[in-house]
Design a protein around this ligand. Sequence first.
Ligand SMILES: [Mg+2]
Ligand SMILES: [Zn+2]
Length: 164
Amino acid sequence: MKRAIFLDRDGVINRKGGPYYIYLKEDFVLNEGVTEALKYFMHKGFLLIIITNQGGIAKGVYTEEQMHEVHNFMKELLKKDGIEIAGIYYCPHHPDVSPCECRKPGTLLLEKAIKDFNIDTASSWMIGDSEIDIQAAEKMGIKGVLIPENGNMMELIVKPGLIT
Ligand SMILES: [Mg+2]
Ligand SMILES: [Zn+2]
């Protein structure tokens, strides 16, 4: 079994604060400390898996295609530093339009990822900037670390030795 760091996307990997929904490459900016922290986690043998709510798709704000473009852009950016994202799981639904089981704090996306990669939940972590990230993780027996929106993962998690 493998261990993983599950990561929320908006506000954790990339900056949140300008446009509410990030679906254009121009609006996608990696948060400070992200590349260093992800490199550290990879070095420690964790798989990196993103679990993200993308309700703007259900609302018709952007398309799934646009989201994939942003994800490809993100993967290219991270690849420059040797970082590989093992998987990206997203919920395209929104409770106002299409209630579902996969939107966090629902656990369906985590369940899929755990199965796909044969993840040992007890030795895995979820990093999120919202209580719903942590709630979803804890339902699955994954330890959660809540950071402030756009918080520096390197300073807040790696340097204090929260995840080793
Ligand atoms: Mg977030
Ligand atoms: Zn969903």
